[in-house]
Design a binder for this molecule. Structure first.
Ligand code: PLP
Length: 450
């Protein structure tokens, strides 16, 4: 029963990214089941999951193919590791399949258990790469303010969330941050094109300030997810690629959210025309059914690691867990058989973007934006100036609460509302999502006016 669950939860469970005291006072929502794009809570409410869990349940809930793959693998070989020259068929098959579906120059994979572990892995891998080339001083990784790269020490350090840095003395040395390409929030008065170029050129300025001989790599999410679905102007990524090429520094794309069809491409790097040396994958790789991460390693890096790197002293007990690999294989095959990426690119993505953009006429919406099946809108008090409501009004959280109570999961990042629904969402369900979002915005506007 809900009350008992809430009490026990509050007594014994410290939740991630949660204000512990607030949870104790209010009680958690208990999700008990899910099917397709809908969640069910312990009170029997049906809720449209506009976030696909945490941007991961791409193929939707209740896919029997994934359950069967896991069951079969658990019976055959529930666990074995990949350390010390051992392997197993699910890891071999998944590595081969990933080399096929990712861009042509990415032919090798290092398995992890999560997106955060991917970012710990790339930090060590790029430093090891440069050391193997006899340049051990090339250590610095350049990232962006307001980036999210996970919650481990390296992940949170690579990330640019000030709230995370404030706890635990982060970032660790050798990581620096430049500004993000957030046009709505930070680029007013400039054209998106010029703003994109200006933000990308901060990378060049930083490389020159630090010295090329000190810089190992640049890391970025093609579209920043947790930072508020920040879609860079078209000028941004080509300029980043040009700068990385000019100075020979490695480019790391964190595609933990953007990968596996979210933006209407298998990988968002393809859509933005960049060629990352390393690519971090997780979440949608198994549609979230089991924890799994994968670092795709490009030919340039792999060659050095293999020929000059010796042993890479790094790995996780659950790197390439056989059951997670089996589910990932079944998930990717499902994506292929249902042509899901084409569907996001050609039909359901454009449909969602068209319907979502209609919310721009709402009195408290300053901008809508999106790509494929990820989108955001900005809540403002004044549409003319895009001035925000006072922070004390908690506009985003207010809207989020109205959404939840009306049967929609929509996430708030400050006063930016974001969605990232399962890729299997139908047009009727998109209509329902947009209608629920509008109703919640109406209620938010009413509450904030009153
Ligand atoms: N990188 C990005 C871009 C993410 O969005 C996330 C999680 O949201 C991570 C890394 C961390 O992944 P995980 O939570 O699986 O460790």
């Amino acid at each position: 029963n809900t009350k008992e669950w809430q009490q026990q939860d509050a007594s014994h469970h410290l939740h991630p990214f949660t204000h512990f005291q607030a949870l104790n006072q209010k009680g958690s929502r208990i999700i008990t089941g899910a099917q397709g794009v809908y969640l069910e809570d312990s009170e029997g409410h049906k809720i449209l999951d506009g976030m696909a869990g945490l941007w991961c349940v791409n193929m939707g809930y209740g896919r029997q193919e994934l359950v069967d793959a896991a069951t079969k693998q658990m019976q055959q070989l529930p666990y074995y590791n990949l350390f010390f020259q051992t392997s197993h068929p699910p890891a071999v098959q998944l590595a081969t399949l990933l080399a096929e579906v990712t861009p042509a120059h990415l032919n090798r994979v290092f398995f992890t258990g999560s997106g955060s572990e991917c970012n710990d892995t790339v930090l060590r891998m790029v430093r090891h790469y440069w050391a193997s080339l006899g340049q051990p001083d090339k250590q610095v990784i350049i990232s962006r303010h307001n980036a999210y790269h996970g919650s481990t020490v390296a992940g949170a350090s690579l990330g640019g969330m000030s709230g995370m840095h404030a706890q635990g003395g982060l970032p660790i040395p050798g990581i620096v941050h430049i500004d993000q390409p957030y046009h709505f929030g930070e680029g007013q008065g400039m054209s998106p094109h010029d703003f994109g170029l200006a933000r990308a050129r901060q990378l060049e300025e930083k490389i020159l300030a630090l010295g090329v001989d000190k810089v190992a790599a640049f890391i970025g999410e093609p579209i920043q997810g947790a930072g508020g679905v920040i879609i860079p102007p078209d000028s941004y990524w080509p300029e980043i690629q040009r700068i990385c090429d000019k100075y020979g520094i490695l480019l790391i794309a964190d595609e933990v959210i953007c990968g596996f069809g979210r933006t209407g491409h298998w990988f968002a790097s393809e859509g933005f025309g960049i060629k990352p040396d390393l690519m971090c994958l997780a979440k949608g790789i198994t549609s979230g059914y089991l924890p799994m991460g994968a670092v795709m390693v490009g030919d340039r890096v792999a060659k050095v690691l293999i020929e000059q790197g010796g042993e890479f002293n790094h790995g996780f007990t659950y790197s390439g867990h056989p059951v997670a690999c089996a589910v990932a294989i079944a998930n990717i095959q499902l994506m292929q058989s249902e042509s899901i990426v084409k569907r996001v690119h050609d039909s359901i993505g454009p449909y969602l973007q068209r319907r979502w953009s209609e919310l721009a006429d709402h009195p408290i919406v300053g901008e809508t934006r999106g790509k494929g099946l990820v989108a955001a809108l900005e809540i403002v008090q004044d549409k003319g100036t895009n001035a925000r409501f006072p922070a004390s009004a908690n506009a985003g959280m207010t809207c989020r609460e109205f959404c939840f109570n009306n049967g929609l999961v929509m996430r708030a990042v400050g006063d930016t509302m974001i969605i990232s629904p399962p890729l299997v969402i139908t047009e009727e369900q998109v209509d329902e999502l947009v209608d629920l979002a509008r109703r919640s915005l109406d209620l938010t506007a009413e509450r904030l006016a009153g």
